[in-house]
Design a protein around this ligand. Structure first.
Ligand code: PRX
Length: 660
């Protein structure tokens, strides 16, 4: 966190400001900043009003029950099925409105109206029910971005069966761990997925995982790439054999507001990913309200495109649940941004007339690197609002995005949030908030945040500290699946004062507020890296490395990277007299990819005879970060062996030279 301080500091006071564009402000969904005060004055009243966006079968007796804090209940006693908000309610007046324009990487296209989406969801729900899926059963989803993916999430929700989506870039082992942690009963997957012109062999990887997932009874396989895959009879069924003949109706299963809607695993500070628990009512209220207000959605006019994979929380909240609850028309694109050429995204924006565009800083920096010529080929004048999410956006990238994608006319909403928060937390409201490049601006109405010091005291404006959330919010995580203690320990122990009944959520991020009270996110303060907007635990990568027979010990840090935000730098000591060479580096990188997924493959590996440790044996990651970023080395006086550091620094330097 201290690393980013200098640049941020310098930018604070000289930051340019961009008031809301008048033409957007004059017809924005939120036009007055009074909404902040209204929410502040009556938090529960505010959220009860937002809850009117959702279709309820039975209303709540109490908006918030915080009596068992930090275990929250929102809209207590209310009954709903989230798919009635996302699908059924749209049938009466706009069944023909497009829900999704889907485009495959090879160029094939498909349109799903709300009416068609409803039918497809009911059919798959019927098929899953025929395979024995009942309310409460967990269903794992491991797919590429095909139309059947949002259908799969919604079909589970229709049955009240919580889904657990595992991003298609994760390895067989990661998939198996997540399936086992949740004891999932059914897996929905694809034969393969298109990515960058090649096939990701999802079913082969699933088969590998399925050798150690005793809870799985059936596997539903979507035919996408036509790859040759093995089907285990009695267990595996093709989607196109079991779904199309199902009845086109399926009554939605009634759920309690607090019933589990889904699990989504995310990396923390230990090697074991946590199953973040989201419930039905509060989650949908949070996702729908934030989607409408922050993206200024005019559902009858806008074409909205969030480029995130549904495998991540951004896809859950802002490709599936939020947009559908709001009746939005969205674009879903299956593949990579450079296939067949580096203008694929802009081609899509132009062809569909995308008005609202939401992507990650790492993509923006990649587009910067590729150059403006790819954008200039296309008419991007349909765009009227841009968003970013996933990591801090550097002001240069923000300005580039505004100028080259937004034609200097579109406001940018930099949205800070997390898997755990379920929905956006700190973000501009485009019709009222003046933005500054690099700042996520201020907490949304109904969200109470603060920046605190080590002791949990609010720090004055202009200073940095830990970002915390001081009041509960509807889409907050309800726990870590099967591990209440870890939930309390991870998020609530550090800054709460239970004896005063004061519960403070610790996000794991550093932040600084400027003199206007604007929040500047400074990155993680724990052992979590952020690589291309993906959260990866240093410990998880370390344990994948030491799992290799040649490795004795490993230390992993995230070093600054101009495109991916952070890159994974590993330091490894080898067993016995094993000698580290290029081949072993390649082998270790593959090993990590096999254990976790390609996104976790270290960018660099340095072999060393020893790791720098304190006298008490703790690995000094700070020093390794200094080495990786080729900074002057920090304080080494607490080191057990100072010479080690110099030696590693030399090796890392020669590696950087070799990298060019
Ligand atoms: O460090 C913050 C960073 O991403 C983390 C959350 O990661 P994940 O749960 O995977 O969710 C990503 C998408 C919501 C946060 O703890 N982060 C996310 N958005 C921003 C951000 N950092 C700075 N600015 C953002 N807008």
């Amino acid at each position: 966190m201290s690393d980013s301080h200098h640049t941020i500091e310098a930018l604070f006071d000289e930051a340019r400001t961009f008031p809301p564009p008048p033409e957007l402000a004059s017809r924005a969904i939120v036009q007055s900043d009074e909404i902040y005060a209204e929410a502040e004055a009556d938090l529960e009243g505010y959220w009860a009003r937002q809850a009117e966006r959702v279709v309820w079968r039975e209303r709540w007796s109490q908006v918030l029950d915080w009596s068992k804090a930090p275990f929250a209940k929102w809209f207590v006693g209310a009954k709903l099925n989230v798919t009635e908000s996302c699908l059924d309610r749209h049938l009466a007046n706009h069944a023909d409105r497009v829900a999704y324009y889907w485009e495959g990487e090879p160029g094939d296209r498909k349109i799903l109206t709300y009416g068609e989406l409803h039918t497809e969801v009911c059919r798959l729900a019927n098929a899953l029910a025929s395979l024995g899926v009942e309310k409460g059963d967990r269903v794992a989803i491991y797919m590429g971005m095909v139309p059947e993916m949002p259908i799969a999430l919604l079909a589970c929700a229709r049955l009240g069966a919580p889904h657990s989506v595992v991003f298609g870039g994760f390895s067989a082992e990661s998939l198996a761990d997540r399936i086992n942690d949740a004891s999932a009963k059914v897996l929905i997957t694809c034969d393969g997925a298109w990515r960058g012109g090649a096939v990701v062999p999802l079913k082969d990887m699933a088969d590998d995982a399925l050798t150690r997932t005793p809870s799985i009874e059936h596997v539903v396989v979507v035919r996408r790439t036509g790859s040759d895959v093995s089907m285990t009879s009695g267990r595996d069924v093709w989607y196109d054999q079991i779904v199309p003949d199902q009845p086109a109706q399926r009554p939605a299963t009634e759920c309690d507001s607090e019933d589990l809607l889904y699990l989504l695993y995310t990396s923390g500070t230990t090697a074991k990913p946590k199953g973040i628990v989201h419930s039905c009512g509060g989650y949908l209220v949070g996702a729908a309200a934030s989607h409408s207000m922050v993206f200024d959605l005019h559902e009858e006019e806008d074409i909205y495109w969030c480029t995130a994979d549904i495998g991540w929380v951004t896809g859950h909240s802002y490709v599936v649940y939020g947009p559908l609850a709001n009746g939005a028309t969205s674009v879903i694109y299956e593949g990579g941004p450079s296939f067949p050429d580096k203008d694929r995204f802009w081609d899509i924006v132009e062809r569909y007339g995308v008005t609202l565009f939401y992507t990650a800083p790492t993509s923006i920096r990649t587009f910067m690197k590729w150059g403006e010529s790819h954008l200039e080929k296309h008419d991007l004048s349909s765009l009227r609002l841009l968003g970013t999410v996933g990591e801090p956006i550097n002001p240069e990238a923000w300005m580039w995005y505004r100028k080259n994608v937004g034609g200097d006319r579109c406001p940018i909403v930099d949205t800070w949030w997390q898997t755990e928060t379920g929905g956006l937390m700190i973000s501009p409201l485009p019709g009222v908030t003046t933005t500054k490049p690099g700042s996520a601006t201020v907490p949304l109405p109904g969200i109470s945040a603060d920046v605190v010091d080590e002791e949990g005291r609010s720090v004055p404006l202009g200073q940095g500290g830990y970002l915390v959330i001081t009041k509960p919010w509807p889409s907050m995580l309800r726990g870590i699946y099967g591990d209440d203690d870890r939930f309390v320990e991870t998020y609530w122990r550090r800054f709460s004062k239970p004896e005063e009944n004061r519960w403070v959520y610790f996000a794991g991020d550093g932040a600084k507020r400027d003199h206007d009270g604007y929040y500047w996110l400074l990155g993680r303060v724990d052992d979590v890296m952020n690589v291309s907007g993906h959260r990866i635990s240093t410990l998880e990568v370390e344990s994948a490395l030491v799992d290799h027979p040649a490795v004795a010990e490993a230390a992993v840090v995230g070093r600054d990277d101009p495109v991916t935000g952070q890159a994974i730098a590993a330091f490894v000591t080898l067993r016995g007299d094993r000698v580290g060479d290029e081949m072993l580096i390649a082998e270790l990188r593959d090993h990590v990819a096999g254990k976790i997924g390609k996104i976790a493959r270290p960018a660099s590996i340095v072999f060393t005879d020893e790791l720098p440790k304190t006298r008490s044996g703790k690995i000094m990651r700070r020093l390794l970060r200094d080495i990786s970023e080729q900074r002057k080395l920090g304080d080494v006086t607490t080191l057990a062996n100072e010479a080690v550091v110099q030696e590693i620094a030399e090796r890392a330097k020669s590696m950087h030279r070799a990298d060019g």
